[in-house]
Design a protein around this ligand. Structure first.
Ligand code: PMP
Length: 368
């Protein structure tokens, strides 16, 4: 088998041991005679898998009992609509922080349901930084404040969790909502600071088709907007332990294996250290070079998605070709920004990043 390192932004690399275990269990899960794909979602085998997956997530991220964990479908994009549909209640507007293309999509979707107030925007800095908390202006009587801790395309990441009580006029009881799709479980986080978080699975957690929502129970008492379909109500899924309809069973199973892998590695603090080491290898090389450039300001650089350009864009395609020949794949930048992007989620081994760095050094020597 060809050895490659996959730098895709998602769906993305999964831990090899997880894939091996899935292969071993493919035809016969734990003596059941069935593949997980063939199990009834209400049968005892799959119920065990779902419960264990949720418990392992709760252990890893210290999720207390007054937060519900939901396993849903429709991607993070579905959450762009579900959040306003379910959290507005009788309020007329919500606050959003605009830091790049994914927050922009969340804003556009919410605008169908309410007036969106932009609490802060990084537009002036060409989305190369995140707005400091003292620049945020929260509107009065807002339903919630939404932000995107890691902008997957721009490579901009908050290294801090917003504390809304610090903002003049703000109040600590406004729910903070986060789209954690691309840095979920890459570092410890304190769920108590959030009303609701959501994350598509296909970056750090498992295959596409599953989105994880963690929501504080009191927010489930808000009445969804009238006309909200049953499937788009958090209450529906919370009441039925994510079994109102058929959940994405295989994706939940793989997520469960990933949770076990994370636990064995030592949990979120351990993976954070590994992620810091990996990101530093690439940023140190870029900063020491006149040949590569990263557009993001140093304190707000993402540990997960590293965009970079070559001084001479005419070299882009040859860079990508030679990288691919070395087994370094999916390094092309997002079609909207060009250049390169290395996504180095939890499952990217340090060895993959070292191989990339060595290749980049050699390419620079040959083309500078
Ligand atoms: N938010 C962020 C931060 C993302 O990176 C993505 C996917 N790249 C999405 C939302 C959309 O996710 P999905 O494709 O699961 O709807």
């Amino acid at each position: 088998m060809r050895k490659i390192f996959n730098f895709s932004a998602g769906p993305a690399v999964l831990p090899e041991v997880v894939l091996q275990q899935a292969r071993e269990e493919m035809l016969d899960w734990h003596g059941s005679g069935m593949s997980v794909m063939e199990m009834s979602h209400r049968g005892k085998e799959f119920m065990t898998i779902a419960q264990q997956t949720e418990q392992d997530l709760r252990d890893l991220a210290n999720i207390p009992d007054h937060y519900k964990v939901l396993f849903l479908q429709g991607g993070a994009s579905g959450q762009f609509a579900m959040v306003p549909m379910n959290l507005l209640g009788n309020k007329k507007h919500a606050d959003y922080v605009h830091t790049g293309q994914w927050s922009e999509k969340a804003i556009a979707e919410a605008s169908s349901y309410c007036q969106v107030h932009i609490a802060a925007s990084a537009e002036k800095s060409a989305f190369n930084s995140v707005p400091a908390i003292d620049q945020w202006q929260i509107s009065q009587d807002t339903a919630y404040v939404h932000y995107t801790p890691n902008e997957t395309i721009g490579g901009v990441e908050f290294q801090w969790t917003p504390d809304l009580s610090m903002i003049a006029g703000g109040s600590s009881d406004i729910p903070l909502v986060a789209d954690m799709s691309s840095d979920f479980l890459s570092r410890p986080f304190d769920i108590n600071k959030f009303g609701l978080i959501y994350a598509g699975a296909q970056k750090n957690v498992g295959p596409a088709g599953l989105v994880i929502v963690i929501v504080r129970e009191d927010l489930l008492r808000i009445d969804p907007l009238s006309g909200t379909p049953t499937m788009y109500r958090y209450k529906t899924h919370a009441k039925n332990d994510s079994m109102y309809n058929t959940p994405p069973t295989y994706a939940i199973y793989i997520m469960g294996l990933v949770m076990r892998w994370l636990k064995q590695l030592g949990g979120l603090s351990a993976i954070e250290q590994r992620n810091l080491t990996k990101a530093k290898l690439i940023y140190d090389l870029i900063d020491a070079s006149q040949f590569y450039r990263c557009p993001v300001v140093t304190p707000d650089r993402s540990r997960m998605n590293i965009p970079f350009t070559l001084v001479d864009a005419a070299l882009d395609s040859i860079f990508l070709q030679q990288a691919e020949a070395r087994g370094l794949i999916q390094l092309k930048g997002h079609r909207s920004v060009g250049g390169m992007r290395a996504s180095i989620y939890n499952a990217m081994p340090v060895e993959g990043v070292q191989t990339l760095v060595t290749f980049m050094q050699e390419f620079e020597k040959n083309h500078a």
